[in-house]
Design a protein around this ligand. Structure first.
Ligand code: SF4
Length: 415
């Protein structure tokens, strides 16, 4: 049964409120319609009670802690329309997401959105392409997924486009304004007893919706540059750095859990400075690297990783290092680094190393780690890779290839 649209129960909106989708208005209260409405109200009240139970004992906040993961939610095989479980790098940020548009006017030069949407960068930036019937689709997806018993602590907005991109509603038949859409989206998710996780470059535009946030929600900004001129060059349509920091500060002041995505890291010094300036009002930092650009090879990722971890630890921050950067982490005693590879991991490492030796004079440990991760579908600690190399007779060459230590193969394995 779909959630009640536009009704308030115990202070919680059980529907899309101001952004009610066309054709999704409240049911009649006449005659025989009363029973279904009563059932819907009861269901909404139950979801509300379950949600309150879920958040009343929040996990105590731990500072100065590197997180293994940002969440712990299984993957399900089913598809739920607009509501989906991302794969690849996005999965590190959230197990559930909704994208509201296949375009974005922020125009970031590093954006991968155009390739995902199979558009040119100009078309992706200049031609608004909102998805149709967002609210009914969110309601349908969440209703079905929750009925199937899926664990959905939060829905992430968004991996494609930006919820606070004003052009995201241009041409929409569902919403008259961006403000109407963003509120309706948050309220629709809440009406199912599910939280939202926002990631935006819209800055303080997002503050207009802070009154809707509840325990369990997260508000986040992508932090890339301190220098406004660099930001204008790389992200010409997005909010300026100061505005994003202001939005985070305001959210924190209101008791909203805040997070910052430090990715892409185009200027490591600027990223470190952003962390210094924002750590007092950012609850969790997620740090990645810069991908899909040859210029990223000029950055010393070992140094940046060591610097950022040292800084985050020294500031007592809670943080998550994304897989792309994790491989540069200095080994930590408290991780499961010293273990032997499992038999399956050993087989994959051997096959991958053999493949690498076809084209390389030795085995760069980072390449081995990366290719093994792709084959296995999960990352193994770099120390496990090193331990496998040693146990298999590989010897450190004392040289680096593409910044990664190179290992010479044992006698009998031809490089
Ligand atoms: S805000 Fe995100 S979706 Fe929009 S252009 Fe920038 S990177 Fe792409």
């Amino acid at each position: 049964m779909p959630p009640v649209i536009g009704s308030r129960i115990g202070g919680i909106v059980a529907g899309s409120g101001g952004g009610v989708a066309k054709g999704d208005g409240p049911s009649s209260v006449d005659g025989e319609d009363r029973q279904p409405i009563a059932d819907e109200l009861k269901a909404a009240a139950r979801r509300e009670a379950e949600y309150r139970e879920h958040v009343k004992t929040p996990v105590p906040k731990t500072k100065g802690r590197r997180l293994g993961r940002l969440y712990d939610v299984p993957r399900y095989g089913e598809k739920y329309g607009i509501l989906y479980q991302p794969g690849g790098k996005a999965l590190e940020y959230s197990p559930w997401a909704v994208n509201v548009a296949k375009s974005c006017s922020h125009g970031c030069t590093y954006c991968y959105g155009p390739s995902v949407a199979r558009k040119t960068a100009d078309k992706y930036r200049d031609d608004p392409d909102p998805k149709a019937t967002i609210i009914p689709s969110i309601n349908a997806g969440l209703t079905r997924a929750l009925k199937d018993g899926c664990d959905i602590p939060r829905v992430h907005f968004t991996f494609s486009g930006d919820l606070y991109d004003p052009s995201a509603v241009e041409g929409s038949t569902e919403f008259a304004s961006s403000g109407e859409m963003t509120r309706a989206v948050i309220e629709a998710v809440h009406s199912h007893g599910v939280g939202v996780q926002i990631l935006t470059k819209g800055g303080t535009k997002a503050a207009r919706d802070f009154d809707l946030y509840r325990p369990g929600d997260r508000f986040g900004c992508t932090l890339t540059f301190i220098d406004p001129e660099k930001s204008k060059t790389w992200e010409p349509g997005a909010a300026l750095p100061e505005d994003r920091l202001r939005a985070l500060k305001e959210a924190h002041k209101r008791g909203i859990e805040t997070w910052a995505s430090c990715e892409p890291v185009i200027d490591p010094d600027e990223t470190l400075e952003l962390i210094r300036r924002s750590h007092k009002f950012v609850d969790i930092f997620a740090v990645g690297r810069w991908n899909h650009d040859k210029r990223a090879a000029a950055i010393d990722w070992h140094k940046f990783t060591a610097d950022v971890v040292e800084l985050l630890d020294s500031l007592g921050c809670e943080y998550y290092i994304k897989d792309d950067l994790r491989r540069y982490l200095p080994p930590k005693g408290d991780e499961d680094d010293g273990r032997d590879p499992t038999p399956e991991e050993g087989e994959v490492l051997a096959a991958v190393a053999e493949g690498i030796l076809v084209n390389y004079p030795g085995v760069p440990e980072m390449k081995l780690w990366e290719n093994a991760r792709e084959r296995l579908g999960y990352p193994i600690p770099l120390a496990v890779v090193r331990s496998w190399l040693r146990a298999s007779g590989y010897v450190e060459a004392g040289q680096k290839l593409n910044g990664s230590p190179l290992w010479n193969p044992p006698a009998g394995v031809v490089a």
